[in-house]
Design a binder for this molecule. Structure first.
Ligand SMILES: C[S@@+](CC[C@H](N)C(=O)[O-])C[C@H]1O[C@@H](n2cnc3c(N)ncnc32)[C@H](O)[C@@H]1O
Length: 288
């Protein structure tokens, strides 16, 4: 049983506006003339469907940090629409299992992978990383992955120990973890706590020290805690400015409601990072 099934149910997480109007991906593809019968280039698609920061540079960083090759078996926890999984596989020819909690996002991710002709190298699995049955299904009861990547997913899971313990069980000895996540630099204001919970579906973020301690407790070594706060703050600020500047074009294709929802999300994230209490981190660590 998942130990947070109630808070992480498909419906609850939809208070975060990034996860509504899922049909926007297909609408955008159609508006760019990428019709359903035609194959898609995963690199072009990643400009539309990726939900993390800094685009494919963040995927290239994982490839470099973990030395992924064609023989690597990688688990992408919280794969979203599958963007990072497809880029990982395109860059290295590695095999990726893309695990996603939300059924509608999982379904679309699998469809996009088929349209990119990558179904032989990217497998999509629907489920919660904290669900024991999923853990067993992914690992067949044994440690089976050379690497785990996870982009902006752990922030949805209040108990970092629970997800790190699952990662430990799924990784081979000396396997690598690459995770991008949020952490707490200094105490959040009441407004920030509420915004984190509502707009980002995020609560109980650890400090840098608490995070590193938990990684050690969960059996990780060679831990790199790379502070991404400055770069991510610039990124989310520019993202918001760009979105507002291109309002008319977006509304024409997706409608006013879809625009307002995404604007609310982009504005909330930019405000949180600008506030100075929210930090962003890239974690690279190795299984003992
Ligand atoms: C911010 S999105 C990032 C998606 C993708 N990693 C990317 O970079 O495009 C976080 C994703 O994690 C998924 N997620 C959250 N909690 C999860 C869990 N417990 N198990 C599996 N996926 C989860 C969400 O449904 C969401 O699609």
């Amino acid at each position: 049983m998942s130990n947070h099934a109630n808070i992480n149910s498909n419906d609850a997480i939809k208070t975060m506006k990034l996860y509504t109007h899922v049909d926007r991906i297909k609408t955008e593809l159609t508006s760019r003339g990428m019709l359903s019968q035609n194959p898609i280039d995963p690199i072009v698609l990643s400009e539309i469907d990726s939900m993390h920061f800094l685009g494919n540079a963040a995927i290239e960083a994982a490839v470099a940090a973990m030395g992924l090759t064609a023989s690597s078996k990688v688990l992408d926890v919280g794969s979203g629409f599958g963007g990072p999984a497809r880029i990982l596989s395109s860059l290295t020819k590695c095999h990726v299992v893309a695990l996603e909690l939300q059924q509608d996002i999982h379904n679309l991710g699998a469809e996009l992978t088929r349209r990119c002709n990558l179904s032989d190298s990217v497998d999509h699995v629907s489920g919660d990383i904290l669900d024991d049955k999923i853990g067993q299904q992914l690992g067949n009861g044994i440690s089976s992955f050379d690497a785990i990547v996870s982009y902006l997913v752990f922030l949805h899971i209040p108990n970092k120990g629970s997800v790190l313990d699952v990662c430990r069980k799924l990784l081979k000895p000396n396997g690598a973890l690459f995770a991008e996540d949020f952490f707490c630099i200094s105490p959040f204001t009441k407004v920030e706590v509420e915004s984190l919970a509502r707009d980002v579906f995020c609560r109980d973020l650890p400090s840098r020290e608490e995070y590193i301690q938990q990684l050690e407790l969960s059996g990780f070594k060679n831990i790199q805690f790379i502070d991404m706060t400055t770069e991510w703050t610039q990124y989310v600020t520019k993202r918001l400015e760009h979105f507002i500047a291109n309002k008319d074009g977006y509304v024409k294709v997706h409608g006013e409601e879809a625009y307002s929802g995404l604007l609310e999300f982009y504005a909330a994230v930019a405000t949180l990072f600008s506030g100075g209490n929210l930090g962003g981190v890239r974690i690279v660590a190795q299984m003992t």
